[in-house]
Design a protein. Sequence first.
Length: 94
Amino acid sequence: MKIFGVSYTSDNKILLGFFGIFISIYAIVSVLTNFYLSIKKTNVYIPVIFFAIAQIIGIWLFHNNFMSVITVSLLTTLLLAIILLLYYPYAIKK
């Protein structure tokens, strides 16, 4: 099978799996960010901006192939999700 003139092999299917994991974690980060904003914890933007910049720098430095880009995106988003989940007990205190 050819996509955009390039032969699509089974090796490329692993990219789809990693991209799916990245998008799933990104969706969790999005829900958590919106949750914190809805309970008036507006300082949540600080780690979001930090990891967005880290992702930009990571992609800029490691863009040899699609797997490198997806890996950088996956790692930065995963770290952001962990930080946002660790922030949860503090955020719900009154």
